[in-house]
Design a protein around this ligand. Structure first.
Ligand code: FES
Length: 276
């Protein structure tokens, strides 16, 4: 669980290359791990953004948005995480379907990358549409370019690519050419908006859900989502689901449950930093 390389790839976003031979050996696109960085650390689910079975390494991308993730991002090359549990989840289904639009918002590029790579290797034409708040928040652009036949970018402030949302790019693409499948990963509102566009054009869409998780093995029920009227567990049945059947309003509401506690813990972390 040793950190072999560490690189800050955007403000507060760190990419780690970690030695984890047993996980790398079994990892497939769509898998994730649960990380604890110290004895009383939170259990943080992170997608396996890449893996190298021969070298026994996995790549993790972490955004420092709360107490634990900020502490994780302060760890350095040579440090070791306390434990990594994985690979968890059901691998993403990789089929040769023709043209696939791979859509990501913000940190969603990290989970999107192994799927785009595998879809490309399977012989699909991969068109990647990547959105971020601003240019400096765009991550893994070289990696995505290497596995895509075409890439377009959007930023909210227009500092790179199209000014607006990634769904604008998707609508434009679907108006111009036939796309056989869409894969979307990112913040819940972005995925919900992407599903809406996919439905307008009647294109199948798979989303990768980032529900709250605790054990990651189907026991606590913390990650439950409703898909086609049935309760599913994101950690074992997903994280990939048919986007057209997901109840996004429920996920958005559940994500708000712990927001105040998260804010308080983060605030305390900042006070500790300041020595108060
Ligand atoms: S995280 Fe506990 S059931 Fe999925």
């Amino acid at each position: 669980m040793k950190i072999i390389e560490k690189k800050e790839i955007a403000p507060e976003i760190v990419k780690f290359l970690v030695s984890a031979p047993l996980i790398a050996k079994k990892a497939e696109p769509g898998h994730f791990i649960i990380l604890r960085h110290k004895e009383k650390g939170e259990r943080i689910p992170l997608t396996i953004a890449d893996f190298d079975r021969e070298k026994g390494t996995i790549t993790l991308v972490c955004q420092g948005i709360g107490k634990s993730t900020v502490e994780i991002n302060r760890m350095e090359k040579g440090d070791s995480f306390l434990d990594l549990l994985g690979p968890l989840g059901t691998p993403y289904p990789i089929n040769k379907v023709g043209t696939v639009a791979c859509v990501a918002g913000g940190l969603g590029v990290a989970p999107l990358y192994p799927k785009a790579k595998a879809l490309h290797e399977a012989g699909n034409r991969v068109i990647s549409l990547i959105g971020a708040q601003r240019k400096e928040m765009l991550i893994m652009t070289e990696e995505i370019t290497a596995v895509s036949d075409q890439v377009s970018y959007s930023t909210d402030d227009g500092s790179f690519g199209h000014k607006g949302f990634v769904t604008d790019l998707l609508r434009e693409l679907l108006s111009e050419e036939k796309v056989d499948e869409i894969v979307a990963v990112g913040p819940v509102p972005m995925m919900a908006a992407t599903v809406k566009v996919a439905k307008e054009f009647n294109v199948p869409i798979v989303v990768s859900l980032n529900a709250l998780m605790i054990d990651g093995t189907g026991m606590c029920g913390g990650c439950r989502v409703t898909v086609d009227g049935e309760t599913k567990f994101c950690c074992v049945d997903g994280p990939a689901f048919d986007g057209a059947l997901v109840d996004f309003d429920e996920i958005l509401n559940r994500q708000k449950y712990y927001r105040d506690m998260e804010k308080e813990a983060f605030h305390r972390c900042r006070l500790e930093d300041a020595g108060k």
